[in-house]
Write a protein that binds this ligand. Structure first.
Ligand code: G6Q
Length: 544
């Protein structure tokens, strides 16, 4: 049972009403359903009317949010309480978006002043690189930016750089290296040139094996191809909280952009970890990204639950995850620029709420975070949407689309919008057996074949979707969209009683490989189970 037993029981009994209730009927009975179950903030319209809900559902869900004291919990996060208890840290990514004239004192330090001091340093560097004033060792301007980082130090910057390509300074080329697979950096080294490349080594801890290995490889490549130690400062900068490790690596700490332990990796794109974003879109647009996120922060903290975008999305996720047994949620951006958005949200959501222990150390008694996945539409329609329409499991989805294209061309945008909207309609309505039979009869299909064929053409419908639609995918809107999902994850974490801000599963991965690495390097397997030994031996013999 959840920590909110009364609200939980009320939702459980309310859910039974929906066992036989079809969304088709709900729409037929209520022409005002769209107006009632849609809301707007920060330029984003959320249509949540294609959900298995009625007014009572929203009231009961809002009561659950009330019982979990979502507003109070959010205030505790925003003001810098150490809500990340297992790491004894504040969680203050929202402070990274506060305007310069705001103030927030945490442990006697004005966090806003700190944030803006580093932002100014980062912005000044950004301008020098973008206007060609910052030169490589031979006097050439920078043309290639290589961000070396992984997880939170990669996914956010990469996703945003891709999403905001229309604002990219096109004479700069952006490359992201994350995987320890030598292929990743090798392919980048093939297309950059030593005299006009800037490497950003992005690592909060500056101890992450993959990032340091890639950074050392880049450094060696630089030295092997005409660069020397004195030139390193013109071609390598660092973004980190760990100045000691940065200078040990050989990067001048004058070329280090710092941030703080109260910025979680997957919440860090707003900090100097976003240096590659600044370099791509410029400081003004980066400020717009921050402004969009800040406006969403205010919406989240001020708006009532039933009109609050992140709270509504979170509560609907709880509704399906905990009362309909939904374990999988799709992110379907109908926007090619958002092609890394699902991968980004996968980390944000699954690393935050993929947990089974509550803050107080007790077991989580209810299902927590679902599997998050997705691909841009319309591509997904030609791949996995089949299972969304006709699979045996109920899977929920967020459809995300801009009304206006950044690249208007013939009928493309109308076709994109038509597909996006039609999918949500089909998932909601479905197709009955009678409708399928009538279609086959109209198509003059042999009547003997109709009974079996019609069964295959039935779509149950009643499959819930949210649609997020906005005018254009600009920096402000993207900032708001990302912050909306950050807060959605926060609300769900609070309802499930989790600490959404630690990541012991990631830490495990960081430690696990070291034994086997030593064995692979020494040439003999140590003590393991038979499978592990077999795999080590196979790898050793293939490389002999
Ligand atoms: C994010 C996680 C994780 C982290 C990476 C990189 O919340 O903690 O994805 O961002 O492991 O860590 P560093 O930035 O310290 O290299």
């Amino acid at each position: 049972m959840s920590a909110h037993p009364n609200e939980w029981l009320a939702l459980e009994s309310h859910q039974r009403e929906f066992a036989t209730q079809h969304m088709r009927e709900l729409f037929a009975a209520d022409p005002g359903r769209f107006e009632r179950f849609s809301t707007q903030a920060c330029g984003i319209l959320l249509d949540f009317s294609k959900n298995r809900i009625n007014d009572t559902t929203m009231q009961l869900l809002a009561a659950l949010a009330e019982s979990a004291d979502i507003r109070g919990e959010a205030q505790r996060m925003f003001r810098g309480d150490r809500i990340n208890t297992t790491e004894d840290r504040s969680v203050l990514h929202t402070a990274l978006r506060l305007p310069a004239d705001a103030s927030l004192s945490v442990d006697g330090v004005d966090v806003v002043a700190q944030v803006h001091a580093v932002a100014e340093q980062t912005a000044a560097f950004t301008d020098r690189v973008r206007n060609g004033e910052w030169k490589g060792y031979s006097g050439k301007a920078i043309k290639h930016i290589v961000n070396i980082g992984i997880g939170g130090s990669d996914l956010g910057p990469l996703m945003v750089c891709e999403a905001l390509k229309p604002w990219q300074q096109r004479d700069l080329n952006f490359h992201f290296v994350s995987n320890v697979d030598g292929t990743h950096i090798s392919e980048v080294l093939k297309v950059i040139d030593i005299e006009s490349t800037l490497f950003i080594v992005a690592s909060k801890t500056f101890t992450t094996q993959e990032t340091l290995t890639n950074a050392h490889t880049a450094r060696q490549w630089f030295l092997d191809n005409g660069g020397n130690e004195d030139n390193i400062a013109r071609h390598f900068v660092a973004v980190s909280t760990n100045s000691e490790a940065v200078s040990e690596f050989g990067i001048d700490t004058d070329n280090m952009f710092r941030f703080w332990d109260w910025v979680g990796g997957r919440y860090s794109l707003w900090s100097s970890i976003g240096l590659s974003i600044r370099l791509s879109i410029g400081n003004e647009q980066f400020d717009n990204l921050l402004a969009g996120a800040h406006e969403m922060d205010r919406h989240f903290i001020e708006e009532e639950y039933t009109q609050n975008l992140p709270v509504i999305l979170a509560l609907l996720g709880v509704w399906y995850g905990n009362f309909f047994g939904v374990r999988s949620h799709v992110i379907a951006p109908y926007d090619q620029y958002l092609h890394r958005f699902a991968a980004y949200l996968q980390q944000l959501d699954m690393e935050s709420n993929g947990k089974a222990v509550q803050i107080d150390g007790s077991d989580c008694q209810v299902s927590s975070g679902p599997v998050i996945w997705g691909e841009p539409g319309t591509n997904g329609q030609h791949a996995f949407f089949q299972l969304l329409h006709q699979g045996t499991e109920l899977i929920t989805a967020d459809f995300i689309v801009a009304a206006k294209s950044q690249n208007p061309r013939g009928r493309h945008q109308q076709m994109l919008l038509a597909n996006c909207i039609a999918q949500t309609e089909a998932l909601m309505r479905g197709k009955t057996l009678a409708e399928a039979e009538a279609e086959l009869t109209a198509a003059k299909v042999d009547s003997g074949k109709i009974p079996v064929l019609a069964r295959h053409k039935v779509f149950s419908g009643n499959r819930p979707t949210n649609t997020l639609i906005f005018e254009q995918l600009d920096p402000f809107t993207l900032g708001a969209l990302i912050a909306m999902y950050e807060h959605k994850v926060f609300v769900q974490g609070k309802i499930w009683g989790l600490n959404s801000f630690d990541q012991w599963g990631v830490e495990l991965g960081k430690a696990l490989a070291s034994n086997i690495l030593a064995e692979l390097e020494s040439g003999s397997a140590g003590e393991h189970d038979a499978s592990t030994i077999g795999l080590i031996n196979y790898s050793l013999s293939a490389n002999r």
